[in-house]
Design a protein around this ligand. Structure first.
Ligand SMILES: *[C@@H]1O[C@H](CO)[C@@H](O)[C@H](O)[C@H]1NC(C)=O
Ligand SMILES: *[C@@H]1O[C@H](CO)[C@@H](O)[C@H](O)[C@H]1NC(C)=O
Length: 273
């Protein structure tokens, strides 16, 4: 009797064990599959970033290179073409001047930021018709490129696509470089030249940090302001060699952009690519 009872008990135990093993392995297979084609595949060979650079582009300089138009190109909005610095991206960087990129797989999904669209179109527009390459083969949108290449490397501070875009918009709103320059007398002009030192000083006075300034010939192309991981401003790494090998001359311009005239634009619109 006692022997049969313990045999039965043993069988029951074995059954429970079997079921457990089966469900655990099914679970592992499932999560393994998810890791394979979804979000959690962190590239461990790239260490955590050191600081953020908010890169802002000057449409007046960028749009002068416009050769053709398409609906996504904000240089083609006629009188609605942006006249202030717009966002290029929020980039995680290393203190040695290099940066991580494409840190894990998370394909850009515009639906996730649908509630931000008004702000995105206005303050973070594409200034070209091109399709930049995405991280995992193929080409995508400007926003997709920024999220996949740079955004995924802002972990653990920023962990998902929506947070990346909403955080970037918010720090952009808090640091209005266009306004800082405007109040110091540096306004868009196709005739004036401004001392680079004066522009840098205006930003230093406003945010107590030194920005990085990038030029195309003598025209300001981008201004970058940098942040610690808690979004307190700090100097940019590239700001130190500003006076030596950087791309800006001593006197720089902040060009006004004359949009392509309406008729040329309409004629060119159907060539959307
Ligand atoms: C991971 O990062 C390293 C270093 O940047 C790079 O060489 C490698 O191609 C990356 N691997 C993947 C799978 O993206
Ligand atoms: C920044 O300042 C400029 C000039 O004062 C203003 O026109 C613009 O609306 C401001 N931008 C933002 C995003 O607040």
């Amino acid at each position: 009797m006692a022997l049969r009872r313990s045999l039965l008990l043993l069988l029951l135990l074995l059954q429970v064990l079997l079921v457990t093993v089966l469900s655990v392995s099914a679970y592992l297979a499932e999560t393994g599959r998810l890791a394979g084609d979804n979000v959690v595949e962190v590239n461990r060979s790239q260490r955590e970033f050191d600081y953020f650079a908010l890169s802002l582009q000057w449409p007046g300089t960028y749009c002068r290179g416009t050769r053709h138009c398409c609906s996504k190109n904000a240089c083609c909005r006629g009188s609605d073409t942006p006249t202030q610095f717009t966002i290029h991206g929020l980039w995680p960087d290393y203190n040695d001047g290099s940066w991580p990129s494409c840190c894990y797989r998370s394909d850009f999904n515009e639906k996730e930021i649908s509630t931000l669209m008004d702000g995105m179109e206005k303050y973070w527009p594409s200034l070209s018709c091109g399709s930049p390459s995405s991280c995992h083969g193929g080409k995508g949108s400007f926003w997709g490129h920024e999220w996949e290449k740079h955004g995924t490397c802002s972990s653990p501070v920023i962990r998902d696509e929506y947070s990346y875009f909403v955080t970037t918009l918010n720090i952009y709103f808090k640091h209005n470089v266009t306004d800082v320059l405007y109040k110091a007398g540096y306004v868009a002009s196709n005739s004036e030249k401004y001392p680079l030192g004066g522009i840098v000083t205006a930003i230093q006075n406003a945010f107590h940090i030194t920005p990085e300034v990038v030029c195309k010939r003598d025209a300001i192309d981008e201004i970058r302001i940098c942040f610690y991981k808690d979004f307190k401003p700090r100097d940019c790494v590239g700001s130190k060699d500003m006076t030596s090998k950087k791309s800006c001359p001593k006197y720089v311009s902040l060009p006004e952009y004359t949009p392509l005239d309406g008729e040329a634009m309409v004629l060119k619109m159907p060539t959307d690519e």
